[in-house]
Design a binder for this molecule. Structure first.
Ligand code: G3H
Length: 239
């Protein structure tokens, strides 16, 4: 399934908001989200929503006004790096017409076998983003391997949602080095990890393609609670 991701949609820093329902997607769109990210926060860092829910939200977003300026992304779940398992979930998710599929690299070994398995769908047009976690040290050469496999981008996020943010794990210098590596491979760069409005200025210093939020734009900053429209509006103004 090839999807049309308009490059210009990702040429300036975009605002990604993770949602769980059509109603949350509506709130995110009404308050300026560029990318509607579909995930189930109660099932982990990249918890997957039921495929029917994903299909319903993707259809809803595609039918809203100026939908061509909006993108959808979805996660396949906190899955182990087993090539056939990942390929099966990505292939199924691609049938929903979601623009971007996010795959978590929860382990550092055997990633090449998974990348080899996913290369076919990537080169067939399905837009894939590799989600790396700030708590994990990854082997040298992983970013180049992700690029070679045909992925569209890399996202740096946090696996544990314990209140620590991406900035607690990556210093300014480490963030700059990571960004230089990813952008240097002509990959889109996403940043997330329990971020709040006060973190945006520092995050923007390394010119990410997009910045992702869930917990920081929810009631009481709890990612399992409902979205807070005012918080989305506030981050929209500064992203
Ligand atoms: O992809 C987006 C991030 O996972 C947002 O979640 P978070 O702000 O709760 O870390």
């Amino acid at each position: 399934m090839s999807v049309n991701v308009n490059a210009s949609q990702l040429n300036t820093t975009q605002l990604l908001i993770s949602v769980t329902t059509i109603e949350e997607a509506q709130i995110a769109l009404e308050n300026g989200a560029d990318i509607i990210d579909l995930k189930e926060p109660s099932l982990g860092a990249l918890g997957a929503l039921p495929i029917e829910t994903i299909q319903a939200i993707v259809t809803y977003v595609k039918n809203t006004k100026n939908a061509d300026a909006k993108l959808t992304s979805a996660t396949i779940g906190d899955l182990p790096m087993q090539p056939e398992l990942l390929l099966a979930h990505v292939t199924q998710l691609a049938t929903t017409g979601v623009d971007i599929i996010k795959i978590g690299f929860f382990q550092t070994d055997d990633y090449q076998l998974s990348l080899d398995a996913l290369k076919s769908v990537a080169h067939a047009g399905t837009k894939l983003i590799a989600v790396l976690f700030a708590e994990t040290m990854y082997p040298q050469g992983l970013i180049a391997a992700i690029k070679y496999a045909g992925f569209m981008g890399v996202m740096l996020d946090t696996a544990k949602k314990n209140g620590l943010t991406l900035l607690d794990y990556y210093s300014q210098e480490q963030r700059a080095i990571f960004a230089k590596t990813v952008l240097g491979h002509n990959l889109q760069l996403g940043l997330a990890g329990s971020l709040k409005p006060q973190h945006v200025a520092l995050i923007k210093e390394i010119s990410p393609s997009y910045i992702g939020f869930r917990g920081g734009v929810c009631n009481d900053n709890q990612r399992n609670l409902a979205l807070d429209a005012a918080k989305i509006k506030a981050v929209r103004k500064i992203v």
